[in-house]
Each structure stands twice: as structure tokens, then as C-alpha cells.
Write a protein that binds this ligand. Structure first.
Ligand SMILES: NC(=O)c1ccc[n+]([C@@H]2O[C@H](COP(=O)([O-])OP(=O)(O)OC[C@H]3O[C@@H](n4cnc5c(N)ncnc54)[C@H](O)[C@@H]3O)[C@@H](O)[C@H]2O)c1
Length: 291
């Protein structure tokens, strides 16, 4: 995600420095940014301007704006933010790309929280417009406004999330769907391929132009209420990860990483799916681009 986010800032003509502690990764970052720029039909030489360093203090010394995109581990993020507060200019905005961790947990105990904010980008950052801008109790409105303006200026579609809850908005919605999907497969209602086909061949087709609440308005809230009276009591309400998911992980069925997850995947199938996704998202981006 860090390379993808850097690519978006670099493509917008901004000066970008990346701190990456792992030498093997650092060596590949510029190539991966150039490959993304090429895929997104942008000038790939913009990647050459990105500075790479293994020195965090040097990376952020003159920064106006910092995005942290390290592993999804609270203690690591807390320690990185402590370093950022120490080494970045006192005026710099410090943003975390955490997927689900509330921002106030990352900022806990730091001498400043007004300029600490969540910016939850989506993968791939160059093709998905949304960035959720998460305001925690300590984040100043000036930081929210400056972050929203910056993201608009680089072509993103930021959404201000005014409460700092785990998963923000879009991941809460996405994982509510995944929870029900996993429960149905676990209960043998259908297999994983059938479940995915049900989504892709129905409301999945509409979602890019019709949000769920627009959809409710479209069909009518009276019908929505009647449907909910029957279906809501039936939906999965487990308050922890489904044991079926835990079992898959325990058996080493991690998905693409191991060639099997809910389904088995050959190398060709994985490549084909990745390509279909990239070309679909590229086409969606072209459709969105102003004429
Ligand atoms: N992968 C996604 O689709 C996605 C989407 C949105 C948000 N996120 C979030 O973005 C963050 C990064 O996820 P990812 O999938 O890119 O992970 P990743 O494992 O691909 O990348 C993490 C990078 O952080 C580096 N790193 C390790 N220690 C570090 C340190 N002390 N300081 C700085 N960097 C360090 C690693 O070397 C690695 O290059 C996580 O918080 C994740 O939840 C991921």
C-alpha cells in the first residue's frame, strides 16, 4: 500500500520520500511504482523522482504530510507515530493508513493528537478513488480540512468519517457482508464459488452506481422494512470470527498465498483474476474521468 500511495502523490507532481526499513523491499519499490504508473497510463519516469531511504528521521525532516503504511500491528504503529512526532516538523500532518485500528489507540500517550488522523486508502491506491479520512477525538478540524483538500487535489474522493470506530465506514460494511458470506458457506447453504457468483451476477453489478441506501430509497423503505422484518432475525450475529474461518487458517488454507482458501487456485486462475480486476478497475476509472 505504501508504494501505491506514494505513486499517487508522485503522479500528482508532489515531492515524495519513502522510508522502508527492509533493504530487499526498498530495492523493489521504485520498480513497483513505475509498473503502476505504466499500468495506469501515466508517465513512469515520475517514479525516478521518488526518494527512498532507510532513515525515518531523514525521510520526514522536511515533510508537510506523512502517511504511515506499515504492518497492521498496533504496537508498531504506536512506536512509528512516536518517532514521527519526534522527527517530523511540528506542523506536519501525520496520517495512518490502518485498515481498522481506531486512530486514538495509535495516538494514545503522544504529546500531540490534533494533527494525527486516519487516511484509509483502498487497494490499489491508484485505481480506487475512496480515502476514508478518520477524525479521532483529538484530531483538529483544521487537520481534517487540510487532509480532505490535499486528497481532492491529487484526484482522490475522500470521505470524512466523524467517529473513530474500528473499521471506519467501508470496512464495517464490507466485513458485515463477508461475515454473512462465510456463515452461509460454513452452514452449507451454498459453496464459495456459488456465493461469489450470486454477488457478482446481482447487486455486485449495481454497487458502483447505486449505494445501498440509494437502493433502499429506489425500492421503497416500506418494502425494505417488510424484508427486514423477515430477514434481520435470521442473519449471522456471531460476535467473533467464524470458527470455519479459523479452521481454514489453522489448516494453512490462506487463499492465494497457499493456492487454496475458500476455493483452490491454480497459478493461471490467480493471474487471470488479478488481470480481470485490474482491467475492470481501469475501465471504471476511464468511465469516471472527465471528458
Ligand atoms: N493490503 C491492503 O489491501 C490494504 C488496504 C488498505 C489498508 N491497508 C493497511 O495498510 C498497511 C500496510 O498494509 P500492506 O498490505 O501494504 O502491508 P505490507 O506487508 O505489504 O507492507 C508493509 C510494509 O511496512 C514495512 N515496515 C515494516 N516495519 C516498518 C517500520 N517499522 N516502519 C515502516 N515500515 C515498516 C514492511 O517492510 C513493508 O514493506 C496496514 O496497516 C494495512 O492494514 C492494507
Amino acid at each position: 500500500m505504501g508504494a501505491g500511495i506514494a505513486q499517487v502523490f508522485a503522479a500528482a507532481g508532489l515531492h515524495v520520500t519513502i522510508f522502508e526499513p527492509v533493504a530487499g523491499v526498498r530495492d523493489t519499490v521504485r520498480c513497483s511504482i513505475a509498473a503502476d504508473l505504466r499500468l495506469f497510463e501515466r508517465d513512469e519516469s515520475l517514479a525516478d523522482a521518488v526518494v527512498l531511504t532507510d532513515d525515518l528521521a531523514h525521510a520526514v525532516a522536511g515533510a508537510d504530510y506523512v502517511t504511515e503504511a506499515a504492518l497492521e500491528k498496533l504496537e508498531l504503529k504506536q512506536s512509528i507515530f512516536a518517532d514521527l512526532v519526534r522527527h517530523a516538523p511540528a506542523t506536519a500532518i501525520l496520517a495512518s493508513n490502518t485498515s481498522v485500528i481506531p486512530i486514538h489507540r495509535i495516538a494514545a500517550g503522544l504529546p500531540t493528537s490534533d494533527r494525527i488522523i486516519g487516511t484509509h486508502w483502498w487497494n490499489p491506491p491508484g485505481l480506487i478513488p475512496l480515502v476514508e479520512v478518520v477524525q479521532s477525538a483529538g484530531t483538529s478540524l483544521a487537520t481534517v480540512a487540510a487532509t480532505m483538500n490535499l486528497l481532492v487535489s491529487i484526484g482522490k474522493a475522500p470521505a470524512h468519517v466523524a467517529k473513530d470506530l474500528p473499521g471506519f465506514v467501508a470496512n464495517r460494511l464490507q466485513h458485515a457482508l463477508w461475515r454473512e458470506a462465510i456463515a452461509m458457506v460454513a452452514e452449507g447453504i451454498c459453496d464459495a464459488a456459488t456465493l461469489d457468483a450470486c454477488v457478482k451476477n446481482s447487486f455486485g453489478l449495481r454497487l458502483a452506481v447505486l449505494g445501498p441506501l440509494e437502493n433502499a430509497d429506489l425500492v421503497g423503505l416500506d418494502l425494505t422494512l417488510d424484508i427486514h422484518k423477515t430477514i434481520i432475525p435470521e442473519l449471522d450475529r456471531m460476535d467473533r470470527p467464524n470458527p470455519y474461518l479459523e479452521q481454514q487458517v489453522a489448516q494453512g488454507r490462506l487463499g492465494f498465498k497457499t493456492g487454496a482458501g475458500f476455493r483452490t487456485w491454480s497459478q493461471e486462475e490467480m493471474t487471470a483474476l488479478r488481470q480481470r480486476l485490474a482491467s475492470h478497475l481501469l475501465q471504471a476509472q476511464r468511465n469516471r474521468a472527465p471528458t
